[in-house]
Design a binder for this molecule. Sequence first.
Ligand code: 5GP
Length: 122
Amino acid sequence: MTYTYDDQNIFAKILRGEIPNETVHETEHTLAFRDIYPQAPVHVLVIPKGPYVCYDHFARAASDAEIVDYTRVVGQLCAELGVQEDGYRLISNAGAHGVQEVPHLHVHILGGRVLGRMLAKA
Ligand code: 5GP
């Protein structure tokens, strides 16, 4: 499948500085910021700066430098956010069945409380 990137999505606007965000980490290829509606005491979104719709799009189309940078930022944040000891969850929703709200790749880093089982009934 070929993905079409919509540059009017809310995270594209955040990357262009049109909408404020609470940045926790930024590199050449990656931005991490607090979720506006946190679902846990720690809820950070990690996005690539490039125009990728979802995880598989990024994994197939991004450069090695982007993928390494993004992956390292996720790892570094798990350490910096203090969730390693008690554990955390990474989520990346995609498409309709994944109930993806914003069509720009993001990984949710969630932690700071027991998060319950992985899936609830829809
Ligand atoms: P999705 O359902 O696409 O995986 O998650 C999108 C996430 O983006 C949601 O958790 C939602 O709270 C968050 N979100 C939506 N709009 C904004 C915004 O303008 N700023 C920030 N920081 N988060 C947002």
